[in-house]
Design a protein around this ligand. Structure first.
Ligand code: PMP
Length: 402
C-alpha cells in the first residue's frame, strides 16, 4: 500500500482549469476569457517595450546572481512604495513604511496574512468582499485568519451594493481586518467612487477596523497609476495605518517573474525597523529570500525616467484597449444584435474583468457550443477580446441568452 493511497484528488483550480480546457479545444474560433492576463490586439501575450529595454540594460550591466536580502532588492521596494503611496506620502517621507519584496501579489497577501495572524493585536477575523478573487479565502485561511464576507456586489443592478457594504462593515466586530481591492475589483469590475471611498474610510475609522489593501492592478483600471492609487492614498491621508499588497504582474506584464511587495505603515523609523525585523522572521522560513530578475526589471523601469515614461504610456495603452473593447462589446450586443437584457455594466465596469451577468448555464453553453471559455460566475477577461474575435463573441453571447 502506498503512503499516499488515502490522499483524495482535489478539485481543479477554477481559473487555471479553464486554460486546460481551452488548450484541449481544437476549434479555430476558440476564445479564452478565463485567465486575467493581458493580450494584445492579436490575442497574443504582450511583453512591454519598457520591460524589453530594462532587460537589455540589465544584460549589459552583467550583474551577478548573488542572493537578495530577505526583504528583497532595497531600491525596488523603495520605488514600489513611492509608486503606491505617492512621493508626498507622510509615512514614506518619515521613513515609516515597513516593506518587503514578495512573490508577486499572492506572496504579498500571504506574508500579510501571516503577519496579521501573528502580530495584529485586535482580531483574527478578516472580512472579504463577496465575491472576491477566488484565492483570497484560501490565502487567508492558510495564514491562520478567520475569513468572513461583507456584501459588495448587487446582482440586481450588476453594480456596487453600497448600502450592504456599509451595513456589514458597521456590524463587523470592532478591530476586525477588512480586505479592500484598491482598484479594478476582481471579479466584478465594480469599484466604489471616490466619494464612496471617503465614506468607507469613515466607517473603518469609526469601527476601528484594520484596512488591508490588495492593489493588483495599479494603472490598469483608469490608465493612470496615480488615479488608481486614490483609495490607498486617501486612507493614509486620513490617518489610517494600512497594510498593502502590490503586484507588478499586470501593470508591467511581469506575471511569471513574480514581482510584488507587502508593506505596512507605521508611526516612525524605529517602529518600522521593529516591524520589518518581524517580516524577515516570517519570510525566512517560507522561502528565505525573493527572486532577483523581475525585481531588477521593475526597479530599472521605476528608477529611470525615460523607461518610467514609456511604461506609463504602455499602461495607458493597455487600459485604453480594454476600455475600447468594453465599448465595442456593448455596441455590438445592444445595437447589432439587440441581445435581450441590460448591458450598460459592460461599459461602466473597470479594469481587466467584466462581470457580465451571464448565468452558469450560459457560460456552459458558450464553452460547449461556441468554444468560448470563462469562469462559471460569468466573469470575462476583457483583455481576451480583440478586433478579430469580438464580433464572434457577441454573436455567441446573443445565441446563448436567447
Ligand atoms: N489580487 C487580485 C485581486 C488578483 O486579481 C490577483 C491576480 N489574479 C492577485 C492578487 C495576485 O496575482 P499575482 O500573484 O500574480 O501578483
Amino acid at each position: 500500500l502506498s503512503t499516499w493511497s488515502a490522499v483524495p484528488a482535489g478539485p481543479p483550480d477554477p481559473i487555471l482549469g479553464i486554460t486546460e480546457a481551452f488548450k484541449a479545444d481544437k476549434d479555430a474560433r476558440k476564445i479564452n476569457l478565463g485567465v486575467g492576463a493581458y493580450r494584445d490586439e492579436n490575442g497574443k501575450p504582450y511583453v512591454l517595450n519598457a520591460v524589453k529595454k530594462a532587460e537589455e540594460f540589465l544584460t549589459a550591466a552583467k550583474n551577478d546572481k548573488e542572493y537578495l536580502p530577505i526583504t528583497g532588492l532595497a531600491d525596488f521596494t523603495k520605488n514600489a512604495a513611492k509608486l503606491a503611496y505617492g512621493a508626498e506620502s507622510k509615512p514614506l517621507n518619515e521613513n515609516a513604511i515597513a516593506i518587503t519584496q514578495s512573490i508577486s501579489g499572492t506572496g504579498a497577501l500571504r506574508i500579510g496574512g501571516a503577519f496579521l495572524a501573528r502580530h495584529y493585536p485586535h482580531s483574527k477575523i478578516i472580512y472579504l468582499p463577496v465575491p472576491s478573487w477566488g484565492n483570497h479565502t484560501p490565502i487567508f485561511k492558510d495564514s491562520g485568519l478567520e475569513v468572513r464576507g461583507y456584501r459588495y456586489f448587487d446582482k440586481k443592478t450588476v453594480g456596487l451594493d453600497f448600502n450592504g457594504l456599509k451595513e456589514d462593515l458597521q456590524n463587523a466586530p470592532e478591530g476586525a481586518i477588512v480586505l479592500l481591492h484598491a482598484c479594478a475589483h476582481n471579479p466584478t469590475g465594480v469599484d466604489p467612487t471616490q466619494a464612496q471611498w471617503a465614506q468607507i474610510s469613515d466607517i473603518v475609522k469609526e469601527k476601528k477596523l484594520f484596512p488591508f489593501f490588495d492593489m493588483a492592478y495599479q494603472g490598469f483600471a483608469s490608465g493612470s497609476t496615480t488615479r488608481d492609487a486614490f483609495a490607498v492614498r486617501h486612507f493614509v491621508q486620513e490617518g489610517h495605518q494600512i497594510a498593502l499588497s502590490q503586484s507588478f504582474a499586470k501593470n508591467m506584464g511581469l506575471y511569471g517573474e513574480r514581482v510584488g511587495a507587502f508593506s505596512l505603515t507605521t508611526t516612525n523609523a524605529e517602529e518600522k525597523a521593529r516591524v520589518e525585523s518581524q517580516l524577515k522572521i516570517i519570510v525566512r522560513p517560507m522561502y528565505s529570500n525573493p527572486p532577483l530578475h523581475g525585481a531588477r526589471i521593475a526597479n530599472t523601469i521605476l528608477s529611470r525616467p525615460e523607461l518610467y515614461q514609456e511604461w506609463e504610456g504602455e499602461v495607458l495603452t493597455m487600459a485604453e484597449r480594454i476600455i475600447s473593447m468594453r465599448e465595442k462589446l456593448y455596441d455590438s450586443l445592444t445595437k447589432e444584435h439587440s441581445t435581450p437584457g441590460e448591458w450598460g455594466h459592460i461599459k461602466s465596469q473597470i479594469g481587466m474583468f467584466s462581470f457580465t451577468g451571464l448565468k452558469a448555464e450560459h457560460c456552459k453553453a458558450l464553452a460547449e457550443k461556441a468554444h468560448v471559455y470563462m469562469t462559471m460566475d460569468g466573469r470575462i477577461s476583457m483583455a481576451g477580446l480583440n478586433g478579430n474575435n469580438i464580433e464572434y463573441f457577441a454573436q455567441s453571447v446573443d445565441a446563448a441568452v436567447r
